[in-house]
Design a protein around this ligand. Structure first.
Ligand code: ZN
Length: 212
């Protein structure tokens, strides 16, 4: 039984754009609120307007980036914002049980997890642990597909490669989401769910959205 969507996907995206604009302008209203009244409103249930998968990096907190309050965002985080079964199941849960109409995959500049994957490509012996390797394995397709040609290798510094790979990983995760989830695919066909990629600039605080 699929829950009725709380709003249209594009309206949810508009909420995020406006929230990021408020955060950048220093005009925060904390979305739907963070006070005791808002907590009371939410006792009976939640209807978040966006599910966000982003990096566990302490510099990328979605509620601060999008000026959101309690009950606004359904957030999944891990180092490198990779997609595993638990994460995909969480996205499906939010869509089916809370009516959340939008899934945003939010990568960011200067990602340490992607940097670790780049380091492994440069030096395959850079082993840390099998758990870290599980993250890196999921990031490798993006890292390898953005690897600078060896001829020009000395002209492209690692930060540029890391950012290009992080951007590509967002696109890969967006594609994987629809490929691996018949449930979400059905909701997208009905026009009540959308998957969107986004990239956060640590330096400016700005989010760039791109449709998938
Ligand atoms: Zn990161």
């Amino acid at each position: 039984m699929v829950h009725e969507p709380s709003m249209l996907p594009l309206d949810a995206l508009d909420n995020l754009r406006k929230g990021n604009a408020r955060a950048l302008a220093g005009e925060r209203i904390y979305g739907s609120g963070i006070g005791p009244e808002r907590l009371q409103e939410l006792i009976g249930g939640q209807a978040p307007y966006a599910t966000i998968l982003t990096c566990a990096d302490s510099r990328v907190p979605p509620e601060h980036i999008f000026d959101a309050g309690f009950g606004d965002l359904f957030v999944c985080r891990n180092a490198g914002n990779v997609l595993d079964e638990v994460t995909l199941g969480s996205v499906e849960y939010a869509a089916a049980h809370t009516g959340c109409p939008l899934f945003v995959v939010l990568g960011h500049t200067g990602c340490g997890a992607v940097g670790a994957a780049v380091a492994v490509v440069k030096n395959p012996d850079a082993y840390e642990s099998h758990n870290v390797d599980d993250i890196i394995r999921r990031l490798l397709p993006a890292v390898l597909s953005t690897k600078p040609p060896d001829l020009y290798r000395d002209k492209i510094d690692d930060p540029a490669w890391v950012d290009a790979a992080a951007y590509k990983n967002v696109k890969n995760v967006c594609n994987q989401t629809t490929q691996r989830s018949p449930l979400l695919k059905t909701l997208i066909k009905k026009g009540i769910f959308q998957v969107v990629g986004a990239f956060y600039d640590l330096a400016s605080g700005q989010v760039e959205f791109f449709m998938e």
